[in-house]
Design a protein around this ligand. Structure first.
Ligand SMILES: Cc1cc2nc3c(=O)[nH]c(=O)nc-3n(C[C@H](O)[C@H](O)[C@H](O)COP(=O)(O)OP(=O)(O)OC[C@H]3O[C@@H](n4cnc5c(N)ncnc54)[C@H](O)[C@@H]3O)c2cc1C
Length: 494
């Protein structure tokens, strides 16, 4: 097993895409469960803390160590089985999402949850319950995880298959491979109605596997992951529509969303039923203009609309969308329509480039990312959007807003130029998270809590519920060695 200790060898493991920084003594690269068990045994004997690292594209500092050692899953990177008949795949945690998607596509199989950044590992995706543009139709990673093998800090394995072990009300019993029983009590929390990736998933009578999805490297290390799959869509319609008035873009999203919900409810196949409904504000378009000169100069907002289709319904669908664009005064002539798969990938890259450019900005200015990951109930989205934008404008801060507006999920990124602006932005950020929670939404719809957003978990669920989550962690990791500093501060339990 490779172990790296030199400063220049380990520096990449001390930072993630949020620009959160940390430190550690060594990075281990296990190649088997046995290697992992050896690391855990040695760490347990010496009481050394362990941080699990995927590909460090996370945006909350969750993979960034604050001492101890790092376990990189990069060498646990095999696709173990692709089953075309039963439509599932079994992988090791270090498989790169982009590689998996490519391999599945070559076999006409489809794994929809795409966290915009495809340069991440499946282990990281499951540990954060990542979601993305297609979650508007398909939900988050959770909806596709059907089995997990998990190595606990005790060196025991847990094997969980979806549908096999349910909570009895708020109590779950797990059995390890050593036949030890672990009994846990779930906190009785009110989960937001929105997309949500904050804290442990806890729900009455829930499937036991769901506790681990989104647990951010705090309960165990995923060593095998089984994902359910779909057939690859026959055809995908993708367009970026520009609007000269922002309100028109927002109303287009509103209507397209209502259409989509209706189509799903009534099982209609030949009309609008979007897979992705993504928004870009005027500032995002300006921010990207150097890289995408074809963005119309007078655009006040844009919407990326994507829908799976088939040759039989394509014409009807295009007509329905054209009607909707016309109704909301969309800029037909300058809009982008993907006619080939290459065009479609370019649109996906366009969406990715705004997130990537923001991350480049904060890294080059050496600030931590101050981008909201907020979702609010659908009927609250527009008022909330106008309120946060007004607050940022009043404080004269540069900003961009984009994101998964179909899911009422917005990434407002403040772009401070100096420390004073950073502090101002930090205060606003705190206010926005609290406002979203008060509206029945979440401060973390997809990125998780990590090391940077712990205060909001307490605001959202209350100190008692968080204490119970810490209690759950202690049942799996009594020595408090794994993923310490993620999700909550374990000392809060005392
Ligand atoms: C440009 C950009 C755009 C992004 N857009 C999105 C988006 O749209 N939606 C979204 O959800 N996210 C998005 N992200 C965030 C990020 O890509 C996801 O959170 C991703 O799932 C993290 O995967 P990773 O392999 O990089 O994990 P890391 O960042 O390395 O780790 C994340 C967490 O997973 C844990 N972990 C990793 N592997 C394991 C394992 N085997 N067992 C247990 N725990 C493990 C780590 O300990 C850590 O807590 C974006 C990031 C960037 C840079």
């Amino acid at each position: 097993m490779i172990v790296k200790k030199e400063k220049d060898q380990i520096q990449d493991y001390l930072k993630d895409a949020s620009n959160t920084e940390g430190f550690c003594d060594a990075v281990f690269f296990p190649e088997s469960v046995k290697d992992l068990q050896d690391i855990f045994k040695a760490a347990d004997e010496k009481k050394i803390q362990i941080t699990v690292s995927g590909n460090r594209t996370g945006l909350t500092g969750a993979a960034v160590p604050k001492g101890g050692i790092v376990i990189s899953t990069a060498k646990l990177n095999k696709i173990i089985e692709i089953n075309k008949e039963e439509k599932f795949v079994v992988v090791e945690p270090g498989v790169l999402l982009s590689d998996l998607i490519k391999e599945l596509k070559s076999q006409n199989l489809y794994y929809p949850p795409d966290p915009t950044e495809l340069n991440c590992f499946i282990g990281g995706v499951v540990a954060t319950n990542a979601s993305g543009s297609k979650s508007f139709k398909y939900g988050a990673t959770r909806s596709f995880v059907s089995g997990l093998e998990i190595l606990l800090p005790t060196g025991e394995l847990l094997n969980l298959q979806r549908g096999e072990n349910y909570a009895d009300s708020y109590e779950i019993t797990f059995q390890t491979d050593k036949e030890r029983l672990i009994e846990i009590d779930l906190p009785e929390i009110e989960i937001p109605v929105t997309k949500n990736a904050a804290g442990f998933f806890c729900k009455k009578n829930m499937d036991a596997i769901d506790l681990f999805i989104g647990s951010e490297g705090t309960l165990g290390v995923f060593t095998k992951i089984k994902l359910s799959l779909l057939d690859y869509p026959k055809s995908i319609f993708s367009t970026v529509i520009f609007f000269n008035e922002e309100m028109n873009a927002l109303n287009f999203i509103h209507d397209a969303r209502e259409f989509s919900y209706n189509s799903r409810k009534k099982n209609r196949k030949n009309t609008i039923n979007a897979t992705a409904l993504e928004f870009f504000d005027k500032n995002s378009l300006k921010f990207l203009k150097n890289n995408y000169t074809q963005i119309p100069t007078n655009a006040a907002g844009a919407v990326w609309f994507e829908q799976e289709t088939s040759p039989e319904i394509e014409e009807l669908l295009i007509n329905s969308i054209a009607e909707l664009i016309e109704k909301h005064n969309g800029n037909f002539n300058d809009s982008w329509l993907a006619l080939t798969e290459k065009d479609r990938t370019e649109i996906e890259n366009f969406r990715h480039s705004i997130s990537a450019k923001v991350n480049e900005y904060i890294t080059s200015h050496n600030f931590r990312k101050l981008g909201t990951d907020i979702a609010v109930p659908d009927d609250k989205l527009f008022n909330f959007y106008f309120q946060v934008v007004n607050d940022v404008k009043k404080n004269n801060l540069n900003y961009v807003v984009y994101g998964h507006f179909g899911n009422s999920h917005l990434h407002l990124n403040m772009l401070p130029k100096n420390n004073i602006e950073f502090m101002l932005a930090q205060n606003l950020y705190r206010q926005f998270c609290e406002d979203a929670i008060n509206l029945g939404g979440t401060f973390s719809a997809e990125h998780g809590v990590g090391k940077n957003k712990k205060e909001y978990l307490i605001k959202m669920y209350g100190a008692e519920a968080v204490k119970k989550m810490i209690g759950i962690k202690k049942k799996f990791d009594s020595e408090l060695l794994l993923g310490i500093g993620n999700v909550f501060d374990t000392e809060e339990q005392n």
